[in-house]
Write a protein of this length. Sequence first.
Length: 210
Amino acid sequence: MPYNLPDDWGCYYRKCGDCGATYHLSGVVECACPPEPEDPFTGAECDCGGCQWDSLDPDDALCKECGTGPYRETVRKTKWVVARKRHTAVDGRIIEPGERYRSVFTRGYHPNGPTRMTHNKHKAPRPSGQDQPQAQQHNPGADMTPKLLIERYTEMREQGFGAGILAEAKWAFPDMARGGDADGIREQHYADKPDTFFQQVCDGMGWSRD
C-alpha cells in the first residue's frame, strides 16, 4: 500500500456474517461474497409473491396478478442486544439469556400496495482466536495514546483513505467515552483504557460524545 498503516489497523478486521470470510473495514481486504447480480429484478418481490412484472423497469413495474410494485425498504435499524430471555434467531438457532444478538428492524412499502415491517434477530458468532486473523490477535490499543490516535485519524481523513475505519471510530469512540463497550471493541482492544482516554480522542477529532 502507498501509505504507512496505522498502529490500530488490525482492530478493524471483521468476519462476514454471510460467507464467513474475513474482511477489513477499509475495503482493502474484501470477503468472499459474490458480486451483486445484474438482473434488476433479483430479490424484487410484490405483495402476492407472484412477481409477474408488466415492465422491464423495476421503478415502474407492477405485478400482473396483484397490481403492486417491488418492495422498497425505507427504514433499517440495527443494534446489538443482550438477551434477557430465550429467543429464536431468524435462522432457527436458539439465543440463550445473556447471549448477544443483532436486532434488525425494517420498514418499507409496495408501490400501489401495503406497508410492511419486519423484526429479525441474528445470533452473534462465538468469539474464537482461531477465527480471527493474525493481525487482530495483537492488541495495538495497549500502546496507543490519544495524541497518536488523533494524528493517525487526522492523517487518514486528510489523505482520503480508510473511510470505513474512520466511520467506525467516529461511532465507537463516543460510545466508549460514555463508558460503553462499542460492541466489544473496547474489551478486545482498549480494555485498560479509562473513559477519559476516549473523551480526549473525541475532543481532538471534533466528534460529539452524545
